[in-house]
Design a protein around this ligand. Structure first.
Ligand code: GLC
Length: 500
C-alpha cells in the first residue's frame, strides 16, 4: 500500500484569530495566514489546520457557526480562502478546515426558525431539562420564551443539533462537499465524540467526562463517520478527517479510527501525560497497540501551553522539557500536530486582566476558571513592543500581548541557532529527511532509570526525564539534541536523536 500523506505528516494548527492580522482590525485573518505561508514552509510543516473562519457571532471564538458555507468578514472572503488554499498547495502544504457538527450558533437560520416554533426537531428541545452540565460550567439547558428548554453542551449560544434528524445528516454531507469542492485536503472534526445523545436523555450520576456516557460516545455516531469516509474517498487525492475525540482509554479512541471511519484522531493521552518515562511509555504502548495510525499533540487552543504545564509541575524546567518532548514526539510513529507559537517557545499568558478576557469559560464559570485566552494571545512576529507585527502599528490586538514577547518574536529568533524557532526548523528538517526511510515500527531498548530509549531502524531516540545524567547507548553519530549533551551522557530534561 502506498503510504498516505497524512500518516507521517506534521500538521500546524492555525488559530486564525491569533495568527496574523492583515486587515488591521486587531483580529487575525485569512490574508494574514496567506502572507505568512513562506514562514510555515520554512518551518517545514506538511499541512495547516485552520480553526473556524465561518460567519459567527464569536461567542466561542468561531466554534459557534452561523453559516457553514462562508467566511466571516472578520476573517476575509471566500476568494481569500481560495487564494490561501491555492498558495498553500503551491508551497506543498495541505489544508485542513474545522467542521463543527455537534452544535451551531444560536444565530444559525435553523435555530432562529426553531425559536420561532418551526423545525425544533433539528435541535434538542424539551419541556423539562435533565441534570446535564455544560462543558463550560453551569447547566446545559436554556429556556426559551415559550417555556421549552434547549440543550447546549457548551455555551448557550451553541445549541446542540439533533443527529437523530436526517436533515442534519444531509446538511453536513453537503457542507463537507462545499469545502471539498474548494480544494481542502481534509477536516478536523470538532467534538467528534459528541453529536448523538442517549435516547431519552437520562440524568447522569457523575458529571465528570467519560468517553462513553449518555452525553458522549453514543454508538450511532460511528455511522456518521462511515458515511463521511465514503464521501472523502469519492474525491480525488487523499482527503482525510481527524477527529477531536476526548476519551479515557485508547480502546475507546480506536473505535473512531476503524478502517472505514475517521483517518486519524487526536491522541490527547500524550498531552495529558506527566513528565515520567513510565507514563510516556504507557501512552506510547497503548496508542501503538490500539490505533492503526497514531497522532501526537502537546498543545492546542484549548489547553495550557505545554511549556507552562511542564514549568508549573517543576519550575524552571518548562522550555527544556518542551523541546525534549517535541523531539520524542517527532520520533514516534505517526503524525504530529503542532500549535502555533510553540515553535517560538511561547508560554501561557497568565496575567490577562479580567476585563480583557474573552473566553466563554471565564464568564460561564463566573471568573472561577481562567479559560483558554492564555494560549490564544496573538503571535509575536517582530519588533520590541505590542502589537509585535501581529497587527499594523498602533492597532490593539484582540487580546493584550505581554512585553516579554519581545524576546520571543519570530524575527528575534530567526538566524539565532540557540533559539527555539531554529531548533524546531532543524528538528522538522531532520524528520523530513528521515521519516520515510525508517520503519513505522518502534522497538524499546534497555533504558537507565528515569530515561526512555527506543529505536526505529537506524534512528535511536533517547529522553532523560530523571534528575541525574544517564549514559547514552552506543551510537555512530548525534543527529540532534534538545539541549547541550556530552559524548556519552544525557543530561536531565534532554532528548536526542542518534544514528545507530
Ligand atoms: C472544541 C474546540 C473548542 C470549542 C469546543 C466547542 O473542543 O476545540 O475550542 O470551545 O469544541 O465547540
Amino acid at each position: 500500500m502506498d503510504i498516505p500523506w497524512w500518516r507521517d505528516a506534521v500538521v500546524y494548527e492555525i488559530y486564525v484569530r491569533s495568527f496574523a492580522d492583515a486587515s488591521g482590525d486587531g483580529v487575525g485573518d485569512l490574508v494574514g495566514v496567506r502572507e505568512r505561508l513562506p514562514y510555515l514552509a520554512q518551518l517545514g510543516v506538511d499541512a495547516i489546520w485552520l480553526t473556524p473562519f465561518y460567519p459567527s457571532p464569536m461567542a466561542d471564538g468561531g466554534y459557534d457557526v452561523a453559516d457553514y458555507r462562508g467566511v466571516d468578514p472578520l476573517f476575509g472572503t471566500l476568494a481569500d480562502f481560495e487564494a490561501l488554499v491555492a498558495d498553500a498547495h503551491t508551497h506543498g502544504m495541505k489544508v485542513l478546515v474545522d467542521i463543527v457538527p455537534n452544535h451551531s450558533s444560536s444565530r444559525h437560520p435553523w435555530f432562529q426558525e426553531a425559536l420561532a416554533g418551526r423545525g425544533r426537531d433539528r435541535y434538542v428541545f424539551r419541556d423539562e431539562p435533565n441534570n446535564w452540565q455544560s462543558t463550560f460550567s453551569g447547566p446545559a439547558w436554556t429556556q426559551v420564551d415559550d417555556g421549552q428548554w434547549y440543550l447546549h453542551l457548551f455555551a448557550p449560544e451553541q445549541p446542540d443539533f439533533n443527529w437523530r434528524n436526517p436533515d442534519v445528516h444531509e446538511e453536513f454531507l453537503d457542507v463537507l462537499r462545499f469545502w471539498l469542492d474548494r480544494g481542502v485536503d481534509g477536516f478536523r472534526i470538532d467534538v467528534a465524540m459528541g453529536l448523538y445523545k442517549a435516547e431519552g436523555l437520562p440524568d447522569v450520576g457523575d458529571q465528570s467526562f467519560m468517553s462513553v456516557s449518555p452525553i458522549w460516545g453514543q454508538p450511532e455516531v460511528h455511522e456518521v463517520y462511515r458515511q463521511w469516509r465514503k464521501l472523502l474517498e469519492s474525491y480525488p487525492g487523499e482527503r482525510m478527517a481527524v477527529g477531536e475525540v476526548w476519551t479515557d482509554s485508547a480502546a475507546d479512541l480506536a473505535l473512531y479510527v476503524r478502517p472505514d471511519e475517521l483517518h486519524q484522531s487526536f491522541n490527547f493521552a500524550w498531552l495529558q501525560a506527566p513528565w515520567s518515562p513510565t507514563a510516556f511509555k504507557k501512552v506510547i504502548d497503548d496508542t501503538l497497540s490500539t490505533v492503526p495510525f497514531a497522532t501526537w499533540v502537546l498543545s492546542n487552543h484549548d489547553v495550557v501551553r505545554h511549556r507552562t504545564r511542564y514549568d508549573t509541575a517543576d519550575p524552571g524546567t518548562g522550555l527544556a522539557r518542551a523541546k525534549a518532548a517535541l523531539l520524542v514526539m517527532l520520533a514516534l510513529p505517526g503524525s504530529a500536530y503542532l500549535y502555533q507559537g510553540e515553535e517560538l517557545g511561547l508560554p501561557e499568558v497568565k496575567d490577562i486582566p479580567p476585563e480583557a478576557r474573552q473566553d466563554p469559560i471565564f464568564f460561564q464559570s463566573k471568573g472561577t476558571l481562567p479559560g483558554r485566552d492564555g494560549c490564544r494571545v496573538p503571535l509575536p512576529w517582530s519588533g520590541d513592543a505590542a502589537p509585535f507585527g501581529f497587527s499594523p502599528e498602533g492597532v490593539d490586538p484582540w487580546l493584550p500581548q505581554p512585553g516579554t514577547f519581545a524576546a520571543l518574536t519570530a524575527e528575534a529568533q530567526s538566524g539565532d541557532s540557540d533559539s527555539t524557532l531554529e531548533f524546531y526548523r532543524r528538528a522538522l528538517a531532520c524528520r523530513r529527511d528521515l521519516v520515510r526511510s525508517i520503519p513505522y515500527h518502534l522497538e524499546w531498548m534497555d533504558s537507565p532509570e528515569g530515561a526512555l530509549f527506543f529505536s526505529r531502524g537506524s534512528l535511536t531516540c533517547v529522553i532523560n526525564c530523571g534528575p541525574d545524567p544517564v549514559p547514552l547507548p552506543p551510537y555512530d553519530h548525534l543527529i540532534m539534541s534538545s539541549g547541550p549533551i556530552t559524548d556519552d551522557s544525557l543530561p536531565p530534561d534532554t532528548a536526542a536523536w542518534l544514528q545507530a
